[in-house]
Design a binder for this molecule. Structure first.
Ligand code: GTP
Ligand code: MG
Length: 202
């Protein structure tokens, strides 16, 4: 089967307190710690361990950037909501994204990841509002879909779509980083608003 892009993804670096300069479009991936951000980025970029999957969830405060075919950049944000980090963590996280991401002209989309068994909670609804405020394209990604059997998965899709007032097929990407389900849909979505086309990738 013909593979959609990317042809080649490389690690740019991890940064604590800056975003490396670029004129390429950015897509950033946000979600609760352990939701599967790093695994999804590896799957999306057709790589096994380009993105480090953290041993100690919730510890890393770095933003990791990846170049895709010298056409766009993806960013793995630190996870939020890890129980052991405690009180002001959510605020610190929110202020981090405001400091580094707000008003970046090249920032095109914010992918919001939720575990299929949890769905969208307060933090994700806040992120969705941030997208509207900043005029960013939200991409709603539901992860670990392989963890539910097909009936339970279907019921959960219906429940999540109903809660969000969305359409199962159109408004969500149902992903499994294990099976790579959802990968083509993700790239089609990204291609749609970054102006990349399938044919441009060799
Ligand atoms: N079955 C299954 N497991 C997954 C999937 N995606 C991630 N996992 C597992 O979930 C755990 C967390 O995955 P990560 O990719 O490290 O999650 P993360 O969101 O990057 O976590 P932080 O970096 O701590 O914020 C790992 O044990 C993964 O193997 C998936 O699609 N299916
Ligand atoms: Mg991670």
């Amino acid at each position: 089967m013909k593979r959609l892009f990317p042809a080649r993804a490389t690690f740019i670096g991890s940064f604590v307190d800056q975003v490396p300069f670029s004129t390429l479009p950015d897509v950033v991936f946000a979600g609760r710690s352990n939701v599967g951000k790093s695994s999804l980025l590896n799957s999306a970029m057709y790589r096994k361990d380009l993105v480090k999957v953290s041993q100690t969830p919730g510890r890393t405060r770095l933003l990791s950037w990846f170049d895709v075919d010298a056409r766009l950049r993806l960013c793995d944000l630190p996870g939020y909501g890890y129980a052991k980090v405690g009180g002001g963590e959510q605020l610190a996280w929110q202020s981090m994204i405001e400091t580094y991401l707000q008003k970046r002209e090249v920032l095109r989309a914010l992918a919001i990841l939720v575990d299929v068994r949890r769905g969208f909670e307060e933090e994700e609804l806040l992120l969705l509002r941030t997208c509207h405020q900043w005029k960013l394209q939200p991409i709603l990604i539901v992860t670990k879909c392989d963890q539910l059997k097909s009936n339970a998965l279907f019921n959960q899709k219906v429940a999540i779509a109903k809660q969000m007032g969305g359409d199962i097929k159109r408004d969500f990407i149902w992903y499994s980083s294990k099976e790579h389900d959802g990968r083509d849909e993700l790239w089609k979505r990204i291609a749609g608003f970054t102006g990349l086309s399938d044919a441009a990738v060799g």
